[in-house]
Design a protein around this ligand. Structure first.
Ligand code: ZN
Length: 130
């Protein structure tokens, strides 16, 4: 399958945006592997609980503690916390797909992680049949 690009418009400095439905609607009704890749240095992608929005807030709170604003960062652009959080999160996910559906646990959702928004972002999606 050709490369698909999901556009994500974020609205806050840091935010987890649920893109699960955007991913599912781009998958063919087949078995295979789906790779999601975020081509940004102050963003990332994670899978975690989507039922209770408090989980998203807790994750972002801990990331803020790990990479707070106001440290003696050397990078002059001013967004070092975003770069550090992006490194902690990672830029990609691999999903197992069966009949067009990713094999996620009951409470799992796919989140685009914004760490230096608001911005318009991209997630690359590549499906490999098999
Ligand atoms: Zn920077």
């Amino acid at each position: 399958m050709d490369l698909e690009v999901i556009t994500v418009k974020t609205s806050r400095k840091t935010e987890l945006v649920d893109i699960t439905d955007e991913v599912i609607k781009r998958l063919p009704n087949e078995d295979g592997i789906c790779v999601l890749y975020v081509p940004h240095t102050t963003a990332g992608i994670i899978i975690n609980e989507g039922a209770d929005p408090a989980v998203k807030r807790d994750i972002l709170m801990v990331y803020d503690r790990l990479a707070p604003e106001g440290l003696d960062y050397e990078h002059l652009e001013g967004n070092s916390p975003g770069h550090v959080k992006s490194s902690l999160t990672g830029p990609s996910l691999v999903l197992i797909v069966e009949k067009g559906r990713p094999l996620l646990g009951t409470w799992q959702r796919i989140f685009f992680a914004e760490y230096d928004g608001p911005r318009t972002r991209k997630v690359y999606l590549k499906f490999v049949k098999g």
